[in-house]
Ligand binder design. Sequence first.
Ligand SMILES: *Cc1c(COP(=O)(O)O)cnc(C)c1O
Length: 349
Amino acid sequence: MSAQLVVDLGAFADNLARVREVVTPAEMMLVVKDDAYGHGVVEIARRALAQGVRWFGAFDAETGAVVRATVGETARIFIWIAASASEVAAAVAARLDIGVGDPGLLEDVAIAASAASVVARVHLKIDTGLHRNGVRPEMWPEFTARAREWESAGVLEVVGVWSHIAEASDDEDDVARAGFEDALAVARNAGLTPSLRHLAASAASFARPEFRYDLVRVGAFAYGISPAGGPSAGELGIRPIATLRTTVSGLESDGVRVGIGALDGLPSTLAGRIEVGTPAGPRRLRVVDRYESIVDGWPGAGIGQEVVVFGADDDAPRSVTEAGEAIGTIGEEIAVRISPGVTRRYSAT
Ligand SMILES: *Cc1c(COP(=O)(O)O)cnc(C)c1O
């Protein structure tokens, strides 16, 4: 067997329930960018829909269309990157909610909606300090006034105002939230009536109730990925949902070869920094080669025996968050790097 990522959809459902319990009465948008953080967007979206999730955050129009085909018309799908007029047209055609953080994009959406004779749903993005595709406060009055003009013309509806925050320091986030409040007031002055205000991702949606507003955009915590150096999964009431497994592929004089390597997305910097689960207990990961890796041996090691690199399992010495911490990064970074060539399997315990 080559490497497999086994995703526990039952654990995923539990995490969704936990997130919703924490953030209610705000709604949860499940963020499914980067192939649902490496877990496989189609299976993840299907299960989330079955659990009652009605908002998906799909990043781009292509992912949005995949989610639309998977979940049908009952759910709302939000995208926030559209780089070309053809992507905007695709987003309008798939009835996606479009995050607009750029005056040029607002014009593109209006033109595409008018060409398709539909009313596009847009969420205007204010830049509250991250400088990642949002409209600067000094441009905001003109931007919201222009959006109101298009709304009056009947080609779009401003359903939301949103921003993205760093979630790295409470003080900076508080400043961002004050900017967000100002932007909401300006939007209302322009005659807009957005019913969906959204600011928080996983961390703030749990730790800072005043950041929840109407909708929270949650990725990491739904997948059981806790923040590096922050509260543990157990403290948050979530658990990891994915386990990366492989098997022994060869016995060497100095260790055991296992069937996962750098080309499968295992960071080579993990060599020497983590232990993996073996039938004899945790063993050091010594070398990460292109196709295979070498682990410290154990008595009775044999080809085909299972090895757990990280994961949700009791056999796994490490979670994906801890693997990330071992090389100074976040769990999401490890999860999204697992190559699409690694088979995803789904279980529902
Ligand atoms: C990725 C992303 C999120 C989700 O962040 P998590 O920390 O994984 O919950 C929310 N909003 C935006 C705009 C994002 O890009």
